[in-house]
Design a protein around this ligand. Sequence first.
Ligand SMILES: [Zn+2]
Length: 238
Amino acid sequence: MRESFIFYASFYEAIKELADNSQLAVLRALIAYAVCGEEPQLSGAERAVFLLMKPQIDANNRRYENGKRGGKFGILGGRPKKEENPTKTPNVNVNENENVNENKIKESKNKKERRSARASRRSADAADARADRERFYSLRQQKSEAAARRNQKRAEAIPGYLQLAQRVRRGVLEVVKGRLSEEAQAAQVAELEELLKRAGLSRADLEPVPICKQCSDSGWKEDGRPCECYKNSPCGVE
Ligand SMILES: [Zn+2]
């Protein structure tokens, strides 16, 4: 069960074309799917609209699950355990005036304290490494999201693009409702692609494209292991 999910403007765009009772059915199904993973019992236009939104939900859930699995790899991922955090610097001074026996006891105590201080430092270093890693991937995601936004802006500046893009979105529903042939819809899509191509863009350029196909820039592969793409790039630098 997820605590939250992202509701995109494109979801609203798709849903608002439906009748009120269908909007409600799709919204309920979307929430049940995104939060609880329940497969929806929808058909017709409601199902078509749901299928438009599903890939985005799936991608975000994958990213979330990968991040969660990564946590068990301790040194390379996950939140540091509270008790491992360094609390204070242990006192390592030895009083030279103490008798030998006492010194021996203290020595062993100090050894223990030094060991625990070393462990604390290691744990702090691990927390730093984790923070660096998280920064690295968040920066990566921000970069591809920014690139997609730039491309969207460029596309929106093309005369006629917005109207055509809306027609294509509506076309998907029109086909479901039997008001538009699949050929006519394919022609709309081709027209949109042609318009974008003339501006040096493609439809894929309008969505964030992960740099690493293995981990979708989450840093964690499907099997839960850390992705090699981090080691292959110098910390925080691409
Ligand atoms: Zn990767």
